[in-house]
Design a protein around this ligand. Sequence first.
Ligand SMILES: NC(=O)C1=CN([C@@H]2O[C@H](COP(=O)(O)OP(=O)(O)OC[C@H]3O[C@@H](n4cnc5c(N)ncnc54)[C@H](O)[C@@H]3O)[C@@H](O)[C@H]2O)[C@@H](O)CC1
Ligand SMILES: [K+]
Length: 519
Amino acid sequence: MKVLNCEQSRELEKKAVDAGMSYLELMENAGAAAVRFMRKKFSLTNKQAVILCGKGNNGGDGFVAARLLSEYGAQVSVLLVDGYPVTEIAKTMFSRLRGTAVRIVNYSDNADTADRLISDADFVLDAIYGTGFHGSAAQSLLRPFHAVRNSSAVVIAVDMPSGANCETGAVEGECIKADYTVTFSTLKNGHLIRPAQEFCGEIAVAPIGIRSELINSQEHSFEVTEQADVHSFFSRRSPESNKGDYGRLLCLCGSDGMAGAAIMSAKAAVRCGAGLVNVALPRSIYPIVASRVIEPVYTLLDYDQEGNLQDGSRAAFFQAFSAASACLIGCGLGKSKKTAELVCRLISESQIPLIVDADGINILAENINILKTAHAPIVLTPHPGEMARLLKTSVKDVQSHRLEYARNFAKEHNVILVLKGAGTLIAEPNGMAHLNMTGNAGMAKGGSGDVLAGMMASFLAQGMEPVKAAVGAVYLHGAAGDRCAKELSQCAMLPTDIIEMLPGLFLEIEQESRLFSAK
Ligand SMILES: NC(=O)C1=CN([C@@H]2O[C@H](COP(=O)(O)OP(=O)(O)OC[C@H]3O[C@@H](n4cnc5c(N)ncnc54)[C@H](O)[C@@H]3O)[C@@H](O)[C@H]2O)[C@@H](O)CC1
Ligand SMILES: [K+]
């Protein structure tokens, strides 16, 4: 689903106007859409509705809603919280309140009356600021904001809760906490990015008469992954095919004490359809790993006292690497000096797509410039802690700038960056970002990341475009996690259960396309 930033949203409105609509018509439709939403949810007759209006076009939407709510039998008061309207269309909509039953109160002149109206209201419509807001709300607004917070009214934000930055999702000062937000034509960044997202309540996207061709063709740089997108990444598995047609994945994963990471990533990879999976691991953990996942082949690595790969192992590893169509580096790998050298060499010399996870990322954090030497597509899958290490900042800082930092990193280092956590983001070097909405807190357990990395690597090995492999794996991993939570509880579900839920998801994809292979 397409998500627009503020500029793109304005561009879309301009295109609608160029195609024959007027700004006034758009505003009328926006106000009407907010009221339509309210009528669907609530009875309005004789209810007290208070509309807080700002002086820009968001306020204009509020004036329209006030007129219509009054027509539908509500007792409506408009509170001008920031003075009189300043834009021409908002002024026009304000003038259309003349002769209606709508009461108009200038907040600064009658603050006590206004506060009483807010306190007695059944509904508060927040039409103070929309896409035009940035920074923090003026001091003069703190009192009405406070009155709204103390009221038991249902709060409906028009386009965006006032005080939240629609572009960045930042909330720098006070912000209206809405129960519902009605936005227009498409979602905007701020509806999805924390902290603004937390102030939106339930979000409804309402049409305002802009033709779907215009919406579909509007340039965008952010989208929410939907099931249909992911299903379209897979195609039919040919009846004539053999294992060689479904990729050769090499996993450089596992170390003493970290056998589980190798097991889970390899198991997830074979469950996701790869033709051949080869796990390169220290000989010491081979018995435990191979006894738990029997489908892969194994390349056993012997190390000397200094941690160097012995000659025979080195030759065997590079032979496997040269035969692979993708390589997963990092799950439970450890980060000794010699391992770090090997990882850097692979990043620098690889001709095949690489997924770098866990310790692979920790190694990169100390050798970030090696990315400049890479030729092949690289997908990095940091959790917020690893991202903080990559950026040499705090987890808190990462979490409050997720979209910005993921995008910047992907652009600067020419990688696909998968920033994990609630609402995993996938950022491409060209600036496009994808938000994932599947998954739940039951997945916040050691091992979930290994499963994800194995899934992604499997798709990549089968020839799926790197960004689709990332977006698809993140979506299906979360969807499988959601099924686990339903059947097993968030508390008790295990990362290995996520793998066991994958067959059900692939069955659905196959039923749609009658057998598939990753595209
Ligand atoms: N452009 C259009 O054609 C349409 C716009 N619509 C509405 O118009 C809104 C955008 O309107 P505007 O661009 O006029 O912007 P807003 O109405 O969101 O806010 C703009 C006003 O807020 C002020 N402002 C910004 N940051 C401030 C701060 N920190 N403290 C105090 N004041 C601040 C600005 O100076 C300006 O006066 C949308 O969110 C939507 O609700 C809808 O009517 C649909 C059509
Ligand atoms: K608003």
